[in-house]
Design a binder for this molecule. Structure first.
Ligand SMILES: *Cc1c(COP(=O)(O)O)cnc(C)c1O
Length: 368
């Protein structure tokens, strides 16, 4: 089995680049590090601690479970759970663990107030607005109900923030601007009622890089820290993470021998192969062509990536900084590599491309 290597110096570099770029736009701009989905695959605990050690002090996740886990790891800093929920058990748990709660509907608001009465605590909350993503949040033009709920919530909770989320900031500028305008116009209406909410935020990594003028008070950064953004890499970010495996077998195949499932590859000459015991089940070559993070489509993406790699594209692995072609289909736990004419040995380290997000959580993470 392979391990997922995370290059500490590169990760530090990315964090510093993000911080520098944030300061350039506004020296008080807050950075909220998104560590959902097992810290984008970098390991929830190790990754969060690494960010903490590098000056990040505000974290966000997308599930109650991950928020509570962070508290259990001993994290003292602010944790925003970005998904609005009306599930009572989750809300109680979050209040008890001092998690900042997102409210994006009347139902969530009602449950929150009920739970606050039960626990006798006053949680911090952020209001979520749907400006056209079609997921969590009050519809941005439902102004009357938003104002009513905010006024009621003010009596029970500390409203620290209000936020929305872009659906196309990695490519469609016009739609992104429209979402931004919708958000601002709602905020204006809220402020006209004499209500000031300190932290207004809408930016994710792509908009932070492309449209710093939309940063507002805080930016929510996930993929930029990994250097895996679907926009021009203006900040010189480095790609974080690769799989490291080793050669477990070497053998000679005669000319005209099939390799792998479905006989998609036949040797053209006598071929020396190395077998590397790491395959797509561990995340090898999953979704490399675009590192866009669309969690809704994760399953579909995986299926497409598998189909694609079955088409025998020009895949390679690296051994001692040299590329070697992968022959035939990638197996669940194996790849076969052409090392004809090379003097490589069993146990030789093999470097394989992988997006950490798709690397199975059973694979060990090594920060080095
Ligand atoms: C995942 C997520 C982000 C971070 O997005 P990146 O593009 O990875 O920076 C920000 N906000 C919300 C609500 C998210 O779900």
């Amino acid at each position: 089995m392979g391990i997922l290597v995370i290059e500490k110096e590169d990760l530090k570099h990315n964090i510093n680049q993000v911080k520098k770029y944030a300061k350039k736009s506004d020296k008080n701009l807050k950075i909220i590090a998104i560590v959902k989905s097992n810290g984008y695959g970098l390991g929830l605990k190790e990754y969060t601690n690494f960010l903490l050690d590098n000056g990040i002090d505000f974290f966000a996740v997308a599930s109650t479970e991950e928020a509570i886990k962070l508290r259990e790891f001993g994290l003292k800093e602010e944790i925003l759970m970005m998904s609005s929920t009306a599930i009572e058990e989750d809300v109680i748990n979050m209040i008890k663990n001092n998690i900042t709660i997102t409210i994006g509907s009347k139902e969530a608001k009602d449950i929150l107030i009920k739970c606050i009465k039960k626990t006798n605590k006053k949680p911090k909350i952020h209001i979520k607005i749907d400006t056209g993503f079609g997921r969590y949040g009050y519809l941005y033009n439902d102004t009357e109900n938003i104002l009513k709920d905010i006024k009621e919530l003010q009596k029970f909770a500390k409203i620290e923030g209000i936020f929305s989320h872009f659906s196309t900031s990695f490519y469609k500028e016009k739609w992104t601007r429209l979402q931004y305008e919708r958000f601002l116009s709602l905020i204006n209406k809220i402020e006209e009622e004499g209500i000031q909410i300190p932290i207004k935020h809408i930016a994710n990594s792509s908009s932070f890089i492309r449209f710093p003028e939309m940063n507002l008070d805080a930016v929510r950064i996930g993929s930029a820290f990994l250097g895996r953004v679907a926009v021009a890499n203006r900040l010189g970010l480095k790609k974080i993470g690769y799989l490291e495996s080793e050669i477990s077998e070497i053998k000679l195949l005669p000319k005209g021998w099939n390799i792998g499932y479905s006989n998609t590859y036949k040797t053209k000459r006598e071929t020396k192969i190395a077998i590397v015991p790491t395959g797509y089940a561990e995340g090898y070559h999953m979704k490399l062509e675009s590192d866009m993070l669309s969690f809704k489509n994760k399953i579909r993406d995986i299926i497409q990536a598998i189909k694609k790699l079955f088409k025998n594209t020009n895949l390679y692995v690296e051994i001692n900084n040299k590329r070697y072609p992968v022959l035939g289909r990638i197996g669940m736990y194996h790849v076969t590599v052409d090392i004809t004419g090379e003097n490589l040995k069993i146990g030789e380290k093999v470097k394989m491309q992988a997006n950490p997000l798709y690397v199975d959580s059973s694979v060990r993470r090594l920060y080095k």
